[in-house]
Design a protein around this ligand. Structure first.
Ligand code: GSH
Length: 310
């Protein structure tokens, strides 16, 4: 029986009749390009709103760091606590105020662009300071833009995480990693029926088994080259033992029980710039304090031991 009517669940609009979590598509999908009527590549014009807790937002921070785009795209960081009004700005450690608009809540950025907006107010948001509008709020598209359109100003323009010759392979990996692992952990954690939870739980561990097998034969998901497929997987893996294992009940194995996956996670964690995008305080306190439908008293566990990252 569905539990959605018994608990304070501000994600209830995303639960289907079988108690499954169904993620809604992002609403703003413009692409910055020389040929776009409004959104042309420019340095200093675009702003990135992120949360350090968020695996999707951290994809964009990683690509920004690896491409050396820090001077091209500035950033505002929301607080880790997600309440019923959505993401909020604060000056608690690791967060910032809204550096562009001075808003209190991220939703004001959405309303400024689209007064009738009724979707969720998610991070990441790529914002255009020139027209005061949201360009795009879908991380998978933002990282593709960061990969190419600002190369003129990037400190590392050669970094290419979606090379032409590997696109078919990268797309094929993303095709199963997203539903089984990236979104799989959320499907397990947000499900409101036993069946929906078990379906997602098996997907997550079948997915991780598959990754373990691939990494026992090659260095990265598509071979010897580090690509966006690895970045997209990494932001889920780095949260796994700290949060998803306990909070989302993905507790068949810890990541550190997978020798190849944990070695791979450690290696990416130590790539220059990546560690700065990982804030375990924000990660842990966000999930355990914000999802009161799962953890009503908001107690954040003190563990676990994350020594495998050292
Ligand atoms: N499709 C989006 C998903 C982003 C997303 O769901 N972000 C979450 C944080 S992990 C969020 O901002 N949630 C706030 C809310 O739903 O109110 C993307 O990949 O960019």
């Amino acid at each position: 029986m569905s539990q959605t009517n018994k608990v304070n669940n501000f994600f209830k609009d995303s639960i289907d009749v079988k108690g499954r979590f169904i993620r809604k598509d992002a609403a703003f999908r413009n692409q910055i390009s020389e040929t776009h009527e409004i959104y042309k590549p420019e340095t200093g014009r675009y702003h990135l709103y992120v949360g350090l807790f968020c695996p999707w937002a951290c994809r964009t921070l990683i690509v920004r760091a690896l491409k050396g785009l820090e001077d091209v795209i500035d950033v505002s960081i929301v607080d880790y606590f997600l309440g019923p009004n959505g993401c909020q700005f604060s000056e608690r450690e690791g967060s910032t105020v809204d550096r562009v608009n001075g808003f209190e809540y991220l939703r004001s950025v959405y309303f400024a662009t689209s007064p009738g907006y009724t979707g969720r107010y998610t991070v990441p948001v790529l914002f255009d300071k020139k027209t005061n509008t949201i360009v795009n709020n879908e991380s998978s598209e933002i990282i593709r833009m960061f990969n190419t359109v600002f190369n003129k100003w990037a400190k590392n323009p050669e970094g290419n995480f979606y090379p032409e010759e590997l696109r078919t392979k990268i797309d094929a990996v993303n095709e199963w990693v997203y539903p089984m692992i990236n979104n799989g952990v959320y499907r397990a954690g947000f499900s409101t029926t036993q069946e929906a939870y078990e379906e997602a739980y098996h997907d997550v561990f079948n997915g991780l088994d598959r990754v373990e097998d691939i990494l026992s034969k090659q260095k990265y998901l598509v071979g010897d080259t580090f690509t966006e497929a690895d970045i997209r997987l990494f932001t889920t893996l780095i949260r796994f033992d700290a949060v998803y294992f306990v909070h989302f009940k993905c507790n068949k194995k810890l990541l550190r029980d997978y020798p190849n996956v944990s070695k791979y996670t450690r290696e990416i964690y130590h790539m220059p710039g990546v560690k700065d995008t990982v804030n375990f305080h924000h990660i842990k306190h966000h999930y355990f304090e914000s999802h009161t439908q799962i953890n009503p008293y908001g107690i954040t566990p003190l563990g676990p031991n994350l020594d495998y990252l050292n």
